[in-house]
Design a protein. Structure first.
Length: 368
């Protein structure tokens, strides 16, 4: 609709022709001047809903029959309404009853219009205040029958497209915690997932624990530098995968034993210390395994390029042990540092733009 406004003739030419339509509102009123709209002729073909428009655009489209499965929000205005309108006069509507109009001057000529929305409390609002997510009437009647909004339990309005989108927009969580939203409270909601995760976690832990023990034994026996380096990185990969098994086992146990959150308290759970520690284990293990595999690939690629490796000597073996010890410290320490770093400042207490834990009440303060 916007590209049909005066002055945007280039857009009109590029997108499509804009046909004039008259808008009389809710009644034909004697002496008033109807609104002339310029609406794209292609609108009826592509407009699926009016959930993305607000205010007078919403009124114009709905009352011109261009919004599917909706009705015009305008109501009949009788002569007793619109006491808040200055310069109101009485006129005849539909040749059957008295209504209210307001005068205005255009190029020195007096005109009248009745472009008002009547609230339940008999106040009248201009079209731009209808279905605009704000209670302008004071009794919510200007937002009550709109198909483009969702009313939070505490009384504010948000766009309908923000309902059940996974982001908290109402301060009482009602846009996500309601019967229409499929909010997953637990990470493992079904017993089949719990059993699968438990079996997988225990299996990963036992297999990689065995691989770590075997790698340590091999490192003691091996005399070849190439084999020692390969076995060292296999040990680090097993350690990272072992941590991933610990993460999976801890996550499923904590989710079922420690997570008693409901929909309205689940974000306090996700920002808790327990949940943060589980996240650290996951990041630590996956990063360690990935780094070890990367370096192992580089070492093997180097071996393909430089096929000859000097025979090991005692001095070289001692130096190699020191290098592997330092490498193990870095492969463990660097991923752990990156995993813990976000928690040092505030991130474990900051979830979806709301602060929990130390200042639970701050989530209830609306932003103006």
């Amino acid at each position: 609709l916007l590209y049909c406004l005066p002055g945007l003739t280039t857009l009109e030419f590029l997108v499509g022709m804009c046909g004039p339509q008259q808008f009389h509102g809710h009644a034909v009123i004697f002496g008033t001047r109807p609104i002339t709209l310029r609406i794209p002729e292609v609108i009826p073909r592509y407009l699926k809903s009016c959930t993305h428009v607000f205010g007078e655009l919403y009124v114009f489209l709905n009352c011109n029959g261009l919004c599917p499965n909706t009705s015009c929000p305008l109501k009949k205005i009788d002569k007793t309404a619109c006491s808040n309108v200055e310069g109101r006069v009485t006129s005849v509507a539909e040749n059957s009853y008295l209504t209210v109009a307001q005068g205005f001057r255009d190029k020195g000529v007096q005109h009248f219009h009745s472009n008002f929305f009547r609230c339940r409390n008999n106040k009248c609002m201009s079209y731009d205040k209808v279905c605009n997510l704000i209670d302008d009437c004071g009794d919510e009647s200007d937002e009550a029958n709109c198909t483009n909004n969702f009313r939070c339990e505490h009384g504010s309005f948000i766009p309908l497209i923000n309902k059940c989108d996974g982001t908290i927009n109402c301060f009482d969580y009602s846009d996500e915690c309601n019967r229409d939203c499929n909010v997953q409270i637990k990470s493992f909601p079904h017993i089949s997932l719990v059993v699968t995760a438990l079996v997988a976690g225990i299996t990963i832990i036992l297999l990689n624990l065995g691989a770590m023990v075997n790698s340590c034994r091999e490192l003691v026996k091996i005399k070849s530098e190439k084999a020692s380096v390969n076995q060292f990185f296999i040990l680090m990969i097993s350690a990272g995968d072992f941590l991933m098994g610990v993460y999976l086992l801890t996550a499923v146990l904590a989710d079922w034993l420690a997570n008693s959150s409901t929909c309205r308290t689940q974000f306090e759970w996700t920002s808790s210390t327990t949940c943060s520690v589980i996240g650290v284990i996951s990041t630590w293990g996956s990063s360690m395994s990935l780094l070890a595999m990367t370096f192992l690939g580089l070492v093997r690629a180097k071996g393909l390029i430089y096929r000859r490796i000097a025979a090991p000597r005692e001095g070289v073996r001692r130096k190699l042990k020191i290098q592997m010890g330092l490498g193990g410290f870095l492969l463990c320490g660097v991923p752990l540092t990156f995993a813990v770093m976000p928690l040092i400042v505030f991130e474990d207490y900051f979830v979806q733009e709301r602060n929990f834990g130390r200042n639970d009440h701050s989530a209830l303060i609306p932003l103006l």
